[in-house]
Structures are given as C-alpha cells and as structure tokens.
Design a protein around this ligand. Structure first.
Ligand code: SF4
Length: 247
C-alpha cells in the first residue's frame, strides 16, 4: 500500500460566504499568521501561525468537496484568505492547484505585502486576486499596518502585467483613510492597472471588537465611528471618476 503525503499548513477556520470573497458562493479558507497589524483588523485571532490548526491539503480538499456541487451551481469557488495566505505560499499554492484540478474558480485574498512569495505557478492557479490597498501615503500606510506599502504596489503592477484579474479592496475609516488626496492617490494608481474588475469600498465596522476583548488586547479604533453614507458616497465617487466600477 502506498501513502500519499500532502503538505500541511496552519489554518484558523473555513466557512461558506456569498458576495464578498469573490463571485458566487465561496468555500473560504482562513489561514493563520499575518505580518501586518492593521489598526482596523477584525481578525486578530488569525495573527499568529502557532494559534492555527495544522491541517493537510487533503483535509481541506475533503471538506471543500462536500460543498463542491453546491459551489459549482452557485457560480462560486475557493477563496484563500487569512491572516495572510502568502505567509504559507507552498501550502496555499497546493490548495489552489487542487481546487483548479477540480474545476473550481479560485481566489486569493491578500494584502500583497508578501506578493514576492507568490510564484508564477501559484498565480497561474489563481483566477482572481482580492488585493487590499489600505492607504496611499507611505507614512499613513505604515502607521495603519506596521509595514511598508511598496511590496503591495509592486505586486499590483505584476498582477496587471500578468493579466491577472483583481478586485481592489479599500477599508474606509473616518479620520484615518478618508483623506481626499489619499483616496485620490489610490484611485489614480489603480486606474493605471489593466486588470482591475472592481473596487470594493468597505465601510469600517467594529464587529471584531469582541475578539480583542477575548484576547485581552485593546481595540485601537474602539472610539472611531463607522463612516456615514455621505462619506462612503464621496469616496465611491472618487473611484468612479477614474472609471473604476465600485461597490
Ligand atoms: S492584513 Fe488582514 S489579517 Fe492582517 S492585520 Fe491587516 S486586516 Fe488583519
């Protein structure tokens, strides 16, 4: 008898979602571990790889296969999210490859900070990249995330040159990411990319605040309100003026 060993990775959880993590109904795998510390992060329980559950690619594929017909009928697929999936590029690459082999649409949800770790092979198995561009101003980006924005912009350009479809995601936080010049910088940059299908302006919310409490951590934006409808409209219009479809 022969035994096939598949790669293992650190995974926080998986779930089904519709509408936000790619087209159709998605089987979403949340990997553990992230090098960023976004002030508005709603998933601080995914920050450390050591806190995840060690599972094999076979384990994930077996679970995903239970929903395969449902996902196919709903025009969906697999989305690998996090945490930051590209912290575990070999595991994630195998996962995407197996999903493609099953004929499923695949999406990768990433900050782009570790885009250099995504091989061309991994990207060949990825139909869509959900790319977060969190701020344009380099200092603000660093204050918001703890890291430099340069790798994300380089990854965005590479995806564009490869012809890889992207949904750009931007979290709108009053007083933090709503500066008109900052939004304009992102919109101008994104409009130079050739494969962006849409820009999702995601209003900041505090649904993850309880996770900070459970972890004994302060939620840095506890005092910040959600953006009002006028602000969300203004920012969406800024992107729309650059002929970018927005949601
Ligand atoms: S990149 Fe995502 S998971 Fe990582 S800290 Fe930022 S919001 Fe949280």
């Amino acid at each position: 008898m022969t035994t096939t060993l598949t790669r293992a990775g650190s995974v926080h959880s998986w779930d089904l979602s519709t509408g936000v993590d790619g087209p159709g109904t998605r089987f979403v795998v949340f990997t553990s571990g992230c090098p960023l510390r976004c002030l508005y992060c709603q998933n601080p329980d995914t920050w450390h790889m050591r806190d995840g559950k060690r599972v094999s690619v076979d384990d994930v594929v077996a679970e995903m296969s239970r929903y395969r017909r449902f996902i196919e009928v709903a025009g969906g697929g697999l989305t690998v999210s996090g945490g930051e999936p590209l912290l575990q590029p070999a595991f994630v690459g195998d996962l995407l490859h197996r999903a493609k082999a099953l004929g499923l649409h695949t999406a990768l949800d990433t900050s782009g900070y570790l885009g250099g770790r995504a091989t061309d092979g991994l990207l060949a198995d990825t139909d869509l990249v959900l790319l977060d561009i969190k701020s344009w101003d380099p200092g603000r980006y660093r204050r918001l995330t703890g890291v430099d924005r340069t790798p994300t912009l380089a990854f965005a350009r590479r995806l564009s040159e490869l012809g890889k479809a992207m949904w750009v995601r931007f979290v709108l936080v009053p007083g933090l990411t709503d500066d008109p010049d900052d939004v304009e910088g992102i919109a101008s940059f994104v409009s130079t990319l050739s494969t962006v299908e849409r820009v999702d302006v995601l209003p900041f919310h505090k649904l993850g605040a309880a996770k900070y409490t459970a972890l004994g951590l302060p939620f840095p934006l506890a005092h910040v309100p959600a953006p009002d409808a006028d602000l969300v409209r203004r920012v969406r219009e800024q992107f729309a003026r650059h002929h970018l479809p927005t949601t």
